[in-house]
Design a protein around this ligand. Structure first.
Ligand SMILES: CC[C@H](C(=O)O)C(=O)SCCNC(=O)CCNC(=O)[C@H](O)C(C)(C)COP(=O)(O)OP(=O)(O)OC[C@H]1O[C@@H](n2cnc3c(N)ncnc32)[C@H](O)[C@@H]1OP(=O)(O)O
Length: 253
């Protein structure tokens, strides 16, 4: 069963996490299918931008699949999963075309990290996003902090991380985490096509050249090394009692 769908519409391709019954939580199949669709989109010279979103109207993505990953206990076990999704986020962050996350609903935990890996984030008013990992006794585990400090100033990023709070998308717009809020009353796909139109330069070569300068910056700033250090720190915290108790409490609620 396709847990991640791929739909090409003109020069855009829509990649959608399709697990609404678990709030589009990410498991290993989702990771594999995201990677596969990214390769398809990269190889298709007709694609200039990807739109990453989630199925349904409630949730963009609720992060790691707590039921599936609850069985990971040791640092070594956690590191395998965290590194695998960290590779997906790095692939998106260095994707040689435009990447846009459309937050169709709530984004929490790793869902926020996934959104952060994209060049841009579009959302709907009244929805929420939250880097809630700290409330589970861990830190961002897929490299999302490193990427977040590329998207917004660290003095704005740290309060999002330290507070573990769910914020309104309107607040995300104010601090530059959200690039634009769409209108619930209008067709979403048409609004996104309109928003992205000025960015999709007629020449893919020009578009990719500009993106390559940004990717060069990521290399210069050792983003991959910093993401790996962040992931290892999360794995260290993962094995602690605080984290397992927090996940148990969530799954028992
Ligand atoms: C490094 C990334 C890191 C990692 O895990 O690797 C993380 O992502 S840490 C953060 C992990 N995610 C969360 O802690 C979010 C958990 N979910 C929620 O906060 C809420 O479910 C929310 C806000 C997404 C929706 O709340 P709502 O009240 O509308 O729904 P329920 O909480 O009642 O959930 C309904 C149903 O979905 C299951 N569910 C929700 N999120 C997950 C998830 N991330 N993994 C697995 N399953 C999830 C929840 O257990 C309920 O199942 P049910 O069988 O119906 O009780």
């Amino acid at each position: 069963m396709e847990k991640v769908t791929y739909k090409k519409m003109g020069s855009l391709c829509w990649i959608m996490i399709n697990r609404p019954n678990v709030h589009n939580a990410i498991d290993y199949d989702v990771m594999d299918q995201l990677m596969s669709h990214l390769t398809t989109a990269e190889k298709d010279s007709g694609v200039k931008a990807i739109i990453l979103t989630g199925a349904g109207e409630k949730t963009f993505c609720s992060g790691g699949d707590l039921q599936k990953f609850h069985s990971l206990h040791t640092k070594e076990e956690a590191l395998v999963m965290l590194s695998k999704m960290g590779d997906v986020l790095y692939r998106i962050a260095t994707f040689p075309k435009i990447t846009v996350a459309f937050l169709n609903g709530t984004a929490v935990g790793g869902g926020c990290e996934l959104a952060t890996s994209c060049d841009y984030r579009l959302a709907l008013p009244g929805n929420k996003f939250g880097f809630i990992q700290g409330s589970l006794g861990i830190t961002t585990g897929w490299g999302g902090t490193t990427l977040l400090m590329e998207r917004i100033h660290p003095s704005l990023a740290l309060p999002l991380l330290h507070s573990c709070e769910r914020k309104q998308t309107e607040e995300g717009l104010k601090i530059g985490f959200i690039n634009s809020l769409l209108n619930r009353e209008e067709p979403i796909e048409a609004q996104i096509e309109e928003w992205i139109k000025p960015l999709i330069h007629p020449s893919l070569a020009v578009l990719q050249s500009y993106k390559s300068y940004y990717i060069d910056r990521l290399h210069t700033l050792d983003v991959k090394v910093r993401m790996e250090r962040e992931i290892e720190q999360c794995a260290t915290l993962w094995q602690e009692k605080e984290h397992h108790d927090a996940v148990n409490a969530f799954l028992r609620k």
